[in-house]
Design a binder for this molecule. Structure first.
Ligand code: SF4
Ligand code: SF4
Length: 463
């Protein structure tokens, strides 16, 4: 839906922010209706827009559930919601934020392609890995929901149970791979308990190299995680057995992991473009070097990306020199379209000196929200653009900001990013050098690593 064809409803949110209807109109040539409390006293205006039919853009996201409910009897209504309050209107610079509001509204109207998903299926077969009774107790609590096997590594003295509801085995996991619904384990020191175990569990002869499969792993061993970036591995739950709260969370989470689960397919991969290897000589390993989850493995001339394991950081796509790996949430094309509309509408509405602030949903949206509520808000020339992960941004997207008429790029990340942002740093460095050589100035492509809203504002003002 494009803003050009829509009825645009803007609201001052009980006169807490000014609206520059002229600037918005310059950027968004739609029919505009203004309100002071669209979700309440002025709701009739929304209902009238619904009755008129056609596409409607509502410049409010907080009350989107209410507006959707009101529209239930208008199934033909095409609704788009966009936030111009925390991102533009609630700011010390609100009076100058008209062009930005226009840009945000227009960008929200750019359609994003549907998301492709992969489906993980779990029958609830769980391996609980531990050292002692803690693992067995967890098994007892989950036995009514999951198919339990407990594996004890180097078991301490464990009192045999009176009735064996589920197997308790001995073994140490040497290697684990897979994901929810399909884990494969290699186990050393594997042994069965003797049925005559009396005061403590006694195990029979052990062997190395046993194999097993399961749908999920509940790791209460306190040993090193079985996977890199283990908290992102679907179906792998780990808790320190000394941390009661973490244990409770892990047990509760495990109980819910039965059934089918969809996860986005984050990466589109074209193996014919992959430059990993030719004639047994390794060429490119950029994605392999950066992937935090181990989702990428060599596979002959190309690599293989396991969509079931991929957590969607986008680092592989941002560093891939050939385009073999490209981000799909959204595709680069779709993100470019939204970016172009954002920057060009801002200029068309009368704005200048645009800095695009890329942010994610979890950390970035929260810090922008806090800055608007408790601080001075975003500067009027800073155009926030949410992406799935900031690490998905490659040089082509960062450079496009300038090609479309922007003057700067800022990317906000956590003060201590949860995962390596080396790929993003490389993209920023490369783009910064190119842009600087083209005469846009130094330090116009920046990563802002902060959890503090006021510091974010200070960093943006320091540009
Ligand atoms: S998006 Fe991240 S987790 Fe997924 S394959 Fe690429 S580098 Fe690995
Ligand atoms: S970065 Fe791209 S070209 Fe290089 S190995 Fe990975 S997918 Fe292939």
């Amino acid at each position: 839906m494009s803003a050009a064809s829509s009825h645009l409803l803007i609201c001052t949110c009980e006169k807490t922010m000014p609206l520059d209807e002229q600037a918005i109109g310059r950027g968004c040539p739609a029919r505009i209706t203004q309100a002071n409390q669209l979700c309440g006293l002025d709701l009739e205006r929304y209902k009238e827009a619904l009755a008129d039919g056609g596409a409607i853009t509502v410049a409010c996201t907080q009350e989107a559930p209410l507006f959707r409910e009101v529209a239930e009897n208008s199934p033909q209504a095409q609704l788009t919601f966009v936030n111009i309050r925390e991102t533009a209107g609630w700011s010390n610079d609100a009076a100058a934020a008209g062009p930005k509001s226009a840009a945000l509204i227009a960008a929200a109207g750019e359609d994003m392609p549907p998301i492709s998903v992969v489906t993980l299926e779990s029958q609830g077969v769980v391996l609980i890995y531990g050292c002692d009774e803690v693992a067995i107790e967890a098994g007892q609590r989950l036995a009514d929901r999951l198919d339990i096997t407990v594996l004890l590594t180097k078991p301490r003295d464990v009192t045999p149970r009176r009735i064996n509801e589920f197997p308790v085995l001995k073994g140490t996991i040497r290697n684990a791979r897979g994901h929810l619904g399909r884990f494969e384990l290699a186990i050393d020191d594997y042994a069965l308990p003797l049925p005559s175990s009396r005061a403590k569990l006694v195990f029979g002869p052990s062997r190395d190299g046993a194999t097993s499969t399961c749908d999920l792993i509940l790791d209460l061993s306190g040993a090193a995680p079985m996977f890199p970036a283990h908290e992102l591995r679907p179906g792998y739950l780990r808790a320190d057995p000394r941390d009661r709260a973490a244990m409770e969370r892990a047990i509760a989470d495990a109980g819910g992991l039965v059934g089918t689960f969809d996860k986005p397919r984050f990466i589109d991969f074209n193996e014919t473009l992959c430059a990993h290897s030719r004639s047994a000589i390794t060429g490119c390993t950029r994605c392999l070097d950066l992937c935090p989850t181990g989702a990428i493995t060599p596979n002959g001339n190309s690599v293989l990306i396991d969509a079931n394991v991929c957590a969607g950081c986008g680092s592989c796509a941002s560093v891939c020199p050939t385009g073999a790996a490209s981000y799909a949430l959204p595709s680069v094309d779709a993100l470019m379209r939204r970016l172009r509309t954002l920057v060009q509408t801002y200029r068309k509405a009368g704005g200048s000196n645009a800095t695009v602030l890329f942010h994610d949903g979890e950390h970035g949206e929260a810090i922008i929200d806090a800055l608007a509520r408790f601080g001075s808000g975003l500067p009027a020339n800073v155009l926030p653009l949410r992406v799935n992960e900031v690490t998905q941004l490659g040089p082509e997207i960062l450079a496009a900001v300038f090609a479309y008429g922007g003057s700067g790029v800022a990317i906000v990340t956590r003060a201590r990013p949860r995962h390596d942002i080396l790929g993003l740093r490389q993209a920023v460095e490369m783009t910064g050098s190119i842009i600087s050589a083209l005469g846009f100035g130094a330090d116009v492509v920046r990563i802002l690593e902060t959890d503090d809203p006021d510091q974010l504002r200070a960093m943006l003002d320091a540009a």
